[in-house]
Write a protein that binds this ligand. Sequence first.
Ligand SMILES: NC(=O)c1ccc[n+]([C@@H]2O[C@H](COP(=O)([O-])OP(=O)(O)OC[C@H]3O[C@@H](n4cnc5c(N)ncnc54)[C@H](O)[C@@H]3O)[C@@H](O)[C@H]2O)c1
Length: 360
Amino acid sequence: MSYSTPTERSAAPVRLALIGCGWIGAFHARSIAGYLPGVELAAIADPAPGAAAGLAGELGVPKYTLDAADVLDDPDIDGVVIASPAAFHADLITRAAAAGKHVFCEKPAGLTPDELEAALAAVAQAGVEFQIGFNRRFSTDFAEAKARTARGEVGTPQLLRSLTRDPGTDAGLPHAGRIKPYTIFLETLIHDFDTLNWFNEGARVVEVRAIADALVAPEYKDAGLLDTAVVTLRYDNGAIAVAEANFNALYGYDVRGEVFGSAGMVTAGNPVQKSVSGYGADGMTAGTERLNIELFRDAYRDELGHFAQLIAARQGRGSAPGVAGPGAQAARDALAVALACIESVQTGAPVVMSRAETAR
Ligand SMILES: NC(=O)c1ccc[n+]([C@@H]2O[C@H](COP(=O)([O-])OP(=O)(O)OC[C@H]3O[C@@H](n4cnc5c(N)ncnc54)[C@H](O)[C@@H]3O)[C@@H](O)[C@H]2O)c1
């Protein structure tokens, strides 16, 4: 995907501030600073002592602070990239919008419908751009699968599939020692729910069933860590979808999507590195991408390029992106499914979605 960057139109860069510079925030900072001409990473905020200062020093970012208010109050900042832990997202979105900043926020944009709606109301009231970090939409293979589906090439969708197999960290555990219950739905499978909703655009989820367990690390089950899950969704256009996740794929980072319809099938996602394959007496070997920031390196860059282009267009410095990015409704729809999964796991029963939960 290519984006018309502001330098092609004007000398003034789009000025972004990063809020939260941990694992994904630091990667976003490097994408902005290194790979998005016409976009300036102007400030970094993170309450962890030394975190913002260290990254700002590495990347030559002129301003760093422990307090997000310092960047929200800065009139020279056009937009913010929020990559704090999820518990702070809704509040930071609300404050950024109130300060007139355009907002890119990592998923989930809120952890409850109430806090999400409050944040999205602040965005609407301020009239600022809002984009959520559903980066798979910017991966060329997923975008091509979506485009073919939208053109009717697979006919009427009947079965959809999306899966995330995460290599994890710390001997297979995602963030061991920092267990947040239901992360598998709220922060991992939420990507898959968005992918399925996007592939099956225009349809509404009417029923959700989820089963989940701690198969990778049963010793953490009592603390609330679920590391393996399968979810089935029924849509109001009749399509049935499956999402699944596991936190310990030893062979690498494996994300795939599929739409099967009345006229055929499209698939997206391949964990095999495309550069070199080896052939020998025992068959073929190929490396695999180990991390999300390897498999989706370009997609992470391009989602931020899309956000910057939205801002530049709003400032009259170029055209808006040709495709819509994931915004408020995508954030709502995916969170509604994630919360229904939690309810389904707790009750052991399917959850019927009300029209209000998935309003369009
Ligand atoms: N889109 C993706 O593929 C992807 C990948 C990884 C993480 N994420 C999401 O990004 C978010 C961050 O995840 P992470 O793995 O980078 O976490 P992390 O713990 O590595 O980093 C979070 C950072 O936020 C800082 N922080 C804490 N409280 C803050 C606050 N109130 N305001 C600002 N900063 C604060 C922390 O000091 C830390 O540096 C999560 O919501 C996660 O789901 C998305």
